[in-house]
Design a protein around this ligand. Sequence first.
Ligand SMILES: [Zn+2]
Length: 463
Amino acid sequence: MIEQKPLFAKLFILLLLLLCCTGCGKETDIPAWRPNILFISLDTLRSDHLHCYGYPLEISPVMDRLAAQGALFTNVVAQSPWTLPSHISLFTSLYPSTVAGISGRFRIVPAMKTLAACLREAGYKTGGFTGGGNIAAHFGFHHGFDLYDDQGGGILNIRKRAMAWAEEHRQDNFFLLVHCYDIHHPYVTGTPYDERFSEGYTGDLVPDKPTLVSINRGDTEMSEADRKFIISRYDAGIYYTDEQVGYLLNDLMKLDTGRDLLILVTSDHGEELGERGMMGWHGHTLYQEMTSIPLILCYPDSIPENTVIRTRIRGVDLMPTLLDYARVTPPENIAGKSLRSLLEGHGEEDRDAYAEKYVNNNFDLRHGLQDRKFSTDQFSLIRDQWKYILFVNGDDELYNLTADPDETRNLIEEEKKIAEDLRKALGEVMTRYGAGRENVLMPDGSRLDEQTRQQLKELGYIE
Ligand SMILES: [Zn+2]
C-alpha cells in the first residue's frame, strides 16, 4: 500500500488538472477593466410588487432608480418556487434535479463549479453574506467563497458585515453576494414600516407564522380587508429591504476601489398572496406568482440606461451572464446562456423556461397542505406563449400566458395538440436533466447545525 502512494498522488494531481481544464477559465493576472460584482438576492420578492415592474405603490425607489440606470428584465422565470433549489440554479446554472442527481439531495458539492468558484479561480476575492437557513453552508452554498457568512440576523446586520468585508478587499477584484429574508414571512418588519401601507385597517390580525399557517389550514377566516392588510405587510418588507439596499449601494459607491461595479438584483421565487387560496406562502406551485422573479442589471458604460428587455429568460442564465462580463469561461454543460448579447441589443426569441417542484410530504402534512391538489411533484415548461404544468399525481394544465397571464383558464382540453407537443417537450427536458423523484431526497433535517436549525425554524420550515 505504501508503494502506491506516489501513484495515487500523481493520479490526484492529474485529476485536479483535468478538473481545472474542464472547469472555468483560469487566469492569473487581473486586468483593471474587470469589474467588481455585487449579487443581491432578495428572498421571496415577486417581480410584480416592484414599482419599476408596474406595481402602483412606490415601494421600491432604490431598485427603480437602479433599473433606470441599467437594465430591467420583465420576464424572468425561476427554476423552483423555494429557496434551496432555486438558489442552486442561480449559483450553478444547473437545474436542481441535475444537482440532486449528483449529490443525492439538494446540496452543492465541490465537483459543481459555482459562480463564486469560477470567479475565484479567475482571481476574484469572493465573499458571501446571507440569511443562512436554506442557503446555509450546510447545503454547500459556501463552495467557492473565501468567506461565507450565513449568520443572518436581517439585512441591516448582513449589509454591515458585507460592507466591512468589501472595505477590507477594496484593493482586490471582488465578488460580493448579499442575500436576506426580510421580505419572507413572517411579515413583521417593525415600526414605522409595518404601518406604512396598512392605513385604515381596523382588524386585529397579526401576519406572523402561526396566523398564516392557520389561514392556510382553513382554521382562521380571512376577510378581504385582512387579505389586503397581509399584502400591505408583505409590501412593508419590500420597502424596508429596498431602503437597506440603498444604504449598501451608497456605502459601496463611496469605496475607492478603482474598478467599475456590476450590480445584479434578483430573487429566488415569488409568493402567493391569495391567488390559489393560500396566503403568504411559496414552494407549493409553479404558477406565475411563484416563478416570476425580478432581474435588474446595472453596469454603467456597458449597459445603456433605461434598457428594458422583454425577452423571456431564466434564473440559470444569470451565472453565465456575470461570467461573460468578467470574461471568464463558464463550465461546460451548464443549463443557462449569457444575456450579454441581448443586453447589447441583439434580438432573440423567448427562451424556453423549465421549472420544477418536488413535494415535501412532512412539510405538507405539518401545514395541512396534503389535501390540496398541489401537494404533488410538479414540472412546468413555458414555450412561446404557452405554459404547461404537469401535476405528477393528478391532471395537467395548459395556459396561454399572453391572453391569460394570471393562469385562470386551463386550456388542456381545448388545445389538445399544443398540450401534447408541450407534454412531449417537457418529458425530453426532464429526461435530459435527470428530473424525477428517484433522484431527489428532501433535505435531511436531523443533522442540521444549531444555527441553521434555528434559522429554518424562524422561517417556518421546521418545528
Ligand atoms: Zn426563498
